[in-house]
Design a protein around this ligand. Sequence first.
Ligand code: UDX
Length: 441
Amino acid sequence: MNLTIIGTGYVGLTTGTCFAEVGHHVTCVDNNPEKIETLLAGRIPIYEPGLEELVKKNVAAGRLKFTTSTADGVKSGDVVFIAVPTPPQPDGSVDLSFIEKVAREIAECLTPEIGYRVIVDKSTVPVKTGEKVAETVRRYAPQGVEFGVVSNPEFLREGCAVDDLLHPDRIVIGSNDDRALALMHKVYEPFVAPVLVTDINSAELIKHAANSFLALKISYINAVSAICEASGADVEKVAEGIGTDKRIGRQFLNAGLGYGGSCFPKDVKAFIAISESLGTPFGLLKEVERINGDQLERFLAKIREKLWVLREKKIALWGLAFKQNTDDVRESVAIRVAKKMIAEGATLIAWDPEAIETSKRFSGITEGIEYAPDMLSALDGADALVIATEWSHFANVDLTEIKKRLRTPLVFDGRNLLDPAAAAATGLEYHSVGRPAAGRH
Ligand code: UDX
């Protein structure tokens, strides 16, 4: 099939590339000429394992094209996906101006000669956006054009986006237009996954409800971790004990510093705003947010309690990205921990396998931090080590190196990556989340 993706950000680029990989002919459109030039030169503007190879392969095979022209995209694609940003507004509600603009642009490119087009919303949008998109296209399109509107939310995770896209758990298609549904079934024919067909509003709600539920799951275990700390229990054991119940499941029960990233914080806020605007306030999600914030504060309190004063302390910080396998520092809890420690006068020696450059450019931290050339040298002479992102590099470290290189053998592990007994046996004083401290303390 001929498909068009409008918006070549994270979702647009990865989705378009994976559609090409399964055999479709895909045109990716973006209004940023520099981005399109970069892509045409075979470079990708984001870090995502496996993506660059797939882009190169599918461009070479003639299945993946990049352009700045929406008109070309609308002309060539039987199905036109909208994958533009839906950023938060100061009150937590979603800014839909990019979606509205693209809907108008698509409408203006439609002609009766082009024929029927399916317009699909891929971006995460509040319930009822599809209705607005349909209204807008109808208003701005010339008389006599035919189109259908579909909601087809994306569930990819950064760091494993290619795998998530090629092997999804499910495909959600929301539409009440049979012609559109038939084409959408063809789009997803090459994928082996259950397809759930719903009305547009339900499909839109599924995305916000899914992400908020996952955030809730994380906050649930984080709240349990606080109770574990107060009672001397071990949150890892509790997570295992409840997670082996198939109805609950072990995934997303990793206690830590709380959730971050470009999706969960924004989507939880948006869902709260949507529920309030519909007159059905979702108070539970406000509690999820509160727990998420408290988790960070409890961890910082532990660091303060041990180091007493942070001023003039040198702290090794492992992790800057909002999670493992990404260079993304948007809403990163690691960056928030860093900022708080710097504000209290500490100097940080930071290292991350991928996010040093993005931290330099986007974290907003301009002083109080140095970036180490490698993981172990970040430790040299530091008063403590703080682990803030769940990279496997940190979990697999040789503990004796930590002991040897730190000035004082204090470790604060915000992601429960190390084994407390092994850390203690190496002579480290080890503090983590929701587990008893180990070693001298
Ligand atoms: C998320 C959803 O998983 C994905 O389906 C959706 O399309 C976009 O939002 P992403 O933000 O890429 O994906 O990352 P994810 O792996 O879900 O992690 C989000 C945050 O939760 C990270 O900060 C991570 O560190 C944290 N997390 C995750 C935990 O603290 N504990 C866990 O058990 C899992």
